[in-house]
Design a protein around this ligand. Structure first.
Ligand SMILES: Nc1ncnc2c1ncn2[C@@H]1O[C@H](COP(=O)(O)OP(=O)(O)OP(=O)(O)O)[C@@H](O)[C@H]1O
Length: 264
């Protein structure tokens, strides 16, 4: 996926200005920024759920707006930030809806669709909940079912808005290692929003920093996830500690606050 001179605005605020960005095969991008910086707006624009205010987006060299919806649904899957379950669907049914892009004329899901859905639920450690009403799930269980649906859509590009929100520590780590595996072994591309710098750094190959005033920085994680840039981006001092091969990000002393959030 490629963004050219992308501009995003909401009301009188310029969120992203002139974004030139290429998401390559097998890359895992983490989008970082303060609350309200425009991360979800960017993901929703990349998915095609809202128009850009300027510039263009292309997928496999073809403008996003020129893709038929069914074809697009075979190329990219989206995990939005929140869910509101109005109806009493079973868990397996919510995951099976992700297989609709593959139904040409068939009305019912095939055995193969069930197999894909169950295997996605297993990967997320929620296969035992397949027959439960989604409205009865805990927040973390519901989030894992939603990620299972994204996996069952089986697309080369995954756009995930805070995939680890509501997950316990063990499941945060297992989701990150699964994303890492999907990128490395299956050459999927991932774009995820995360507020957890350590988790993001553990899996991301690249990072996009949204500064909240239209400016942005994109590049390989170690180029972009630097203390000074992150501190400015997040409006709070960030310290970096090297521990063996690991890089650990810590929130610094707030007495030395970097720059107040001007847009809240
Ligand atoms: N429909 C809308 N009407 C007015 N303002 C909106 C609308 N949608 C989004 N905004 C504003 O646009 C800004 C960007 O929102 P967005 O959801 O993209 O932020 P974010 O970076 O994802 O934040 P968070 O970290 O809190 O999820 C916010 O200030 C938000 O209040």
């Amino acid at each position: 996926m490629q963004a050219n001179k992308l501009q995003l605005r909401i009301a009188d605020r310029l969120l992203v200005d002139g974004l030139d960005w290429q998401i390559g095969v097998g890359e895992c991008w983490c989008v970082i920024g303060r609350n309200g910086a425009g991360k979800s707006t960017l993901l929703r624009t990349l998915v095609g759920l809202r128009p850009a205010e300027g510039g263009s987006i292309a997928l496999n060299g073809r403008a996003l707006k020129d893709w038929p919806l069914q074809d697009l649904a075979r190329q990219r899957a989206f995990l939005p930030q929140g869910r509101n379950d109005a109806f009493a669907y079973r868990v397996i049914e919510t995951v099976l809806t992700a297989r609709h892009p593959y139904h040409e004329s068939a009305y019912w899901e095939s055995d193969a669709d069930y197999a894909v859905a169950h295997s996605a639920l297993q990967l997320m450690d929620v296969d035992g909940l397949a027959d439960r009403d989604v409205r009865s799930l805990s927040g973390g269980e519901r989030q894992r079912v939603a990620i299972a649906a994204v996996l069952a859509q089986d697309t080369p590009l995954l756009l995930l808005d805070e995939p680890t929100s509501a997950l316990d520590l063990a499941h945060q780590v297992s989701v990150m290692s699964l994303l890492d595996k999907l990128c490395r072994e299956q050459k999927k591309s991932v774009v995820m929003v995360s507020h957890d710098l350590n988790l993001a750094h553990s899996v991301a190959t690249h990072a996009l920093l949204l500064m909240g005033d239209g400016r942005w920085f994109a590049g390989a994680v170690d180029e972009v996830m630097q203390a000074s840039l992150l501190s400015e981006c997040l409006g709070h001092p960030i310290e970096i500690i090297k521990h063996g091969t690991r890089t650990i990000y810590l929130a610094g002393d707030s007495e030395h606050e970097v720059k107040k959030n001007e847009y809240e």
